[in-house]
Design a protein around this ligand. Structure first.
Ligand code: NAP
Length: 699
């Protein structure tokens, strides 16, 4: 448990000395401090230093303790851990919101950072339990038959890297930035060392304290560095991962460090990018797409004071519309209230620090020879409840670049603040060319209702983008927005954006795992994957599998049923019952003319239904329900007179903790009298636990 010497509120108001969390202990430096300032008032809020940390010991601790404790958990157990962590953080969110104001964030900005980050934990928790096995080995794709008799097969698996994941984060999302990396890392089973950007590390540190206080995370699974990473990156090797978010220059520098290169350390880089948004020519001012476009550009300029790696930096619009688009954006920007987020009327807060303000101003100055200022005053600013001199405030700045096709600078200079540049095009090919002049972006968006135009733009720009948002009147209302990376979808981009990928559901987890191609016998591979592979040795269950409780079932237990002879009367009866009178089942001549059949053929769904009739044990028992069927294939026709037998094998198990039952996947093969497989599929059942009472599902 964390011990608060002061209440969290008092704690937030004084200048704190940030601590690192190393080898399971809080560590306070005693020298080499850097000061973090309140972005709104300029008052110092924290001092930060990592002086005195033993980085080699931190790495070893992660590798020994962290690896060990996470390795003992299945994906499902780790996924549940993420959920518990998310619930704990959610219960403390008010403390985070309060401190978040010091970063210059409005309530809405903080929501993205705090609850967006916690939401990512929830999503990974759900996906981990639905899409990963209740086991420690992830099965990547289907098995590959490598021999004619099926005795030698291939199967890709993924196992966690056996080093530590070093997360280096940017200043703009102190909470989300940490959690979006931690969720997939911990789910993979890899320990992490988190290094937040110094400017806003005070908020990350507060949330991290709560992560430790929750008691949910196993020993060694997470550590925190407040301040410099010292020699840590020189100590890593090929089992470690660095996941970096920040500027291109820092990323490239770190990626090219000798040790990172020589040891082949896996390095993911999410860098800056000049994301664009394109308005198609059909989206004239009288269309919903035009309005949605203007709203989005304004939102992206002002949310987080424009400090989003995904913000719209380039608004690409038809030349015929450039004036009217600019005017509409200006009208909205004019109404934006800037100031202290503590005042409820304020819509845009401040940049994270005066240093950032200075940097953005410099970038605007670099853009000025190539652009025209169409809106915004760089020098003077009216702020509500704040001081424009001591606070890091900044007016939204709209620039216009004519002749942008011949001006690489406007596609290259990133002003990481409330700054966007409008540029015109004549043809869709030109619009795509402008978009791609960003040399690789995290995200682009296209606003238009003509799907042919949208299609053309997507085909011409997709390879330059990690994500494309396509908005029209049908999708606008429920759109998650241009600038919002979602845990389900890939976040990252090619080229300038760093070439990395994060999130993207389970794809993001695999970045912290090694894919290995296994080749061997189906029985050996079944033992390793805990998923029955066809032709693996089976075992005989002590009784009918439907009489066995979840814990009594083992992968590979198999039953072969009695056989049933299919008759024409069966086909007639099934047609009558289902209403499916497709000619191949009903008309002898028509069926014979069909290239796939010789005569009237049984309905595939009849085979599936009668298979259940053969393998199901009818009495009340541990099997609670059948909730679906996967990968159904009808491989050979079944004709009247054919004799069908069912092989029924326990393929995979996953216990739903706290529910009193588990999911059991069964592999079904329907075999004819000639030993040919006529149908093959998985059925999914819920089977009660022998030891825990069944709890009703809330969903
Ligand atoms: P930055 O200056 O590159 O810093 C990023 C991180 O790197 C910080 O944690 C920083 O720590 C650390 N760092 C700097 N030098 C280091 C070194 N020698 N060794 C180890 N770590 C080092 O970027 P920023 O100013 O924080 O963030 C703004 C930039 O990030 C923008 O360009 C933005 O586009 C980009 N960004 C990209 C994404 C994305 O997902 N692609 C997301 C957010 C931001 P200190 O703070 O202690 O120096």
């Amino acid at each position: 448990m964390v011990t608060w010497l002061l209440s969290p509120i008092e704690y937030n108001l004084i200048m704190r000395t940030l601590q690192s969390f190393a080898q399971g202990q809080w560590h306070q430096a005693d020298s080499k401090f850097q000061i973090c300032h309140n972005a709104i008032t300029g008052v110092p809020v924290a001092k930060i230093s990592s002086q005195g940390l033993d980085f080699a010991a931190m790495r070893d601790y992660a590798r020994d303790k962290g690896q060990d404790s996470l390795a003992q958990m299945t994906f499902h157990e780790r996924a549940l851990m993420l959920k518990e962590l998310a619930l704990h953080l959610l219960s403390k969110k008010d403390d985070f919101y309060r401190l978040s104001q010091a970063t210059g964030a409005t309530r809405q900005d903080s929501w993205i950072d705090i609850e967006g980050g916690i939401g990512t934990l929830f999503v990974y928790s759900g996906k981990g339990r639905r899409e990963m096995p209740d086991h420690t080995v992830y099965i990547d794709g289907a098995y590959e038959p490598l021999s004619k008799d099926g005795s030698f097969i291939g199967q890709h698996i993924c196992t966690p890297m056996q080093g530590v994941a070093v997360h280096i984060n940017a200043f703009n999302f102190p909470c989300w930035g940490m959690l979006e990396k931690l969720a997939p890392t911990l789910l993979a089973g890899m320990p992490a060392i988190v290094k937040p950007a110094s400017d806003t590390a005070y908020l990350t540190e507060l949330m991290f304290r709560e992560m430790i206080a929750s008691g949910v995370l196993p020993e060694g699974s997470v550590q925190l560095i407040c301040g410099s990473t010292g020699n840590l990156l020189d100590l890593l090797d090929g089992q470690d991962v660095v996941a970096f978010t920040g500027s291109r220059s820092t990323g490239q520098y770190l990626k090219s460090l000798d040790n990172i290169q020589q040891q082949g350390v896996r390095f993911t880089m999410e860098a800056d990018s000049l994301n664009c948004s394109i308005l198609t020519p059909d989206a004239t001012p009288d269309t919903p797409e035009f309005q949605a476009y203007v709203n989005e550009v304004v939102r992206e300029m002002t949310v987080k004071c424009g400090q989003k790696c995904t913000a719209i930096r380039r608004a690409i619009v038809p030349n015929a519309l450039i004036d009217v688009v600019s005017e509409a954006i200006i009208n909205q920007l004019d109404k934006v209230i800037i100031g202290n987020p503590a005042n409820k009327s304020v819509q845009m807060g401040a940049l994270a620090s005066l240093a950032q303000q200075q940097e953005v101003r410099e970038k605007i100055a670099q853009l000025s020879p190539f652009t025209k200022l169409v809106y915004g005053n760089i020098e003077e600013l009216e702020v509500v409840d704040g001081d424009a001199i001591t606070g890091a405030f900044m007016a939204p700045i709209l620039l216009r670049a004519d002749g942008a096709l011949n001006c690489p600078q406007v596609h290259d200079i990133e002003a990481f603040g409330p700054v966007s540049t409008v540029m015109g095009y004549d043809t869709l090919a030109e619009a795509a060319q402008l978009a791609n002049m960003g040399e690789g972006s995290l995200v682009g968006s296209i606003f238009g209702y003509d799907d042919d135009m949208v299609n053309e733009l997507v085909i011409k720009t997709a390879s330059y983008h990690g994500r494309l948002l396509l908005i029209n009147r049908d999708s606008a209302k429920h759109s998650s927005g241009h600038g919002s990376p979602l845990p389900h979808l890939t976040h990252g981009g090619p080229g300038r954006a760093g070439g990395g990928e994060e999130l993207g559901g389970i794809r993001g987890v695999l970045h912290y795992m090694q894919r290995t191609a296994l080749q061997g016998s189906p029985t050996t591979l079944t033992r390793i994957t805990q998923q029955y592979l066809p032709a693996a040795k089976t075992t005989e269950p002590p009784k009918h599998p439907f009489k066995l409780y979840f814990e009594e079932l083992t992968v590979g237990q198999s039953l072969t049923t009695d056989s049933r002879t299919i008759s024409l009367a069966d086909i007639e009866a099934f047609a009558e019952l289902s209403g499916d009178r497709f000619y191949a089942h009903m008309d002898e001549d028509a069926a014979a003319r069909n290239p796939f059949f010789e005569q009237r053929v049984a309905h595939g769904y009849f085979i599936v239904s009668m298979a259940a009739g053969l393998f199901v044990y009818p009495e009340e028992g541990p099997v609670l329900a059948n909730y679906g069927l996967d990968d159904l294939r009808f491989t050979e026709p079944v004709y009247p007179g054919d004799e069908i037998t069912i092989h029924f094998t326990c393929k995979q198990k996953a216990y739903r903790r706290g529910k009193g039952y588990g999911e059991v996947r069964w592999f079904i093969q329907a075999i004819n009298q000639g030993d040919e497989v006529v149908a093959q599929y998985d059925i999914l059942t819920l089977v009660a636990s022998k030891y825990e009472p069944v709890v009703e599902d809330e969903n």
